[in-house]
Design a protein around this ligand. Structure first.
Ligand code: FE
Ligand code: FE
Ligand code: MG
Length: 165
C-alpha cells in the first residue's frame, strides 16, 4: 500500500494484519465446511439445502479474497500454509462427518454466529480508525447475518415438517 494509505490507519498495522489473518483462516475453513457439506448432505429438503450451502461456500471464498487483498494492501502476507488455518482460526472447523441435513445446518449456524462476533469486533475496532477495513468488515458482516438467517429459516422448515409427519 502507498505511504499515505498506511498513514491514515490509526491502529497498529501488525495487530490489524494478525486479526485479519485470523478471519482469513476462518473463511477458508468455512468455505471448505460448506463446500463439503453440500457434497455429502442427506435428508429432507436436500436440494434446497445443497443450493444454500453451495451459495454460502462461494460467499466465504469471496470473503477470503476480500481479506487477502486488504492484508496485502496493508503490507502483510495472507497465511501461506493450510495448517495455519486451523492454528489461527478463531471459529474453527466442524467436520461434516454426519451428513444429515439438520446436523449440517446446526454446525453451520454455529459457525455463522461465531463469524458475526468476529466481524462485529473488527467493525468496532476499525470504525473511526481505518475506514477501508471498516467498509470490508461491514460488507462481510452483512453477509454473515444473512447466512445465519437463511440457515435458521431452513432449519425451522425442516423442524416443522418432521413434527407433522
Ligand atoms: Fe464469511
Ligand atoms: Fe457465512
Ligand atoms: Mg443464503
Amino acid at each position: 500500500m502507498g505511504t499515505k494509505g498506511r498513514e491514515i490507519v490509526g491502529l497498529k498495522i501488525d495487530d490489524l494484519i494478525k486479526t485479519l489473518n485470523k478471519a482469513f483462516a476462518d473463511e477458508w475453513l468455512a468455505y471448505y465446511q460448506y463446500w463439503l457439506g453440500a457434497k455429502v448432505a442427506k435428508g429432507p429438503m436436500k436440494e434446497a439445502i445443497i443450493t444454500e450451502l453451495t451459495e454460502h461456500a462461494a460467499d466465504e471464498l469471496r470473503h477470503a479474497d476480500m481479506l487477502a487483498n486488504r492484508i496485502l494492501q496493508l503490507g502483510g502476507t495472507p497465511l501461506t500454509r493450510p495448517e495455519e488455518w486451523i492454528r489461527q482460526s478463531g471459529c474453527g472447523y466442524d467436520a461434516p462427518d454426519d451428513p444429515f441435513v439438520m446436523e449440517l445446518l446446526k454446525q453451520n449456524i454455529k459457525g455463522e454466529q461465531c463469524a458475526i462476533d468476529v466481524y462485529q469486533k473488527i467493525v468496532a475496532l476499525t470504525r473511526e480508525k481505518d475506514p477501508v477495513t471498516y467498509n470490508i468488515a461491514l460488507q462481510i458482516l452483512q453477509d454473515e447475518v444473512e447466512h445465519e438467517e437463511d440457515l435458521e429459516a431452513l432449519s425451522e422448515d425442516i423442524d416443522l415438517m418432521l413434527k407433522r409427519h
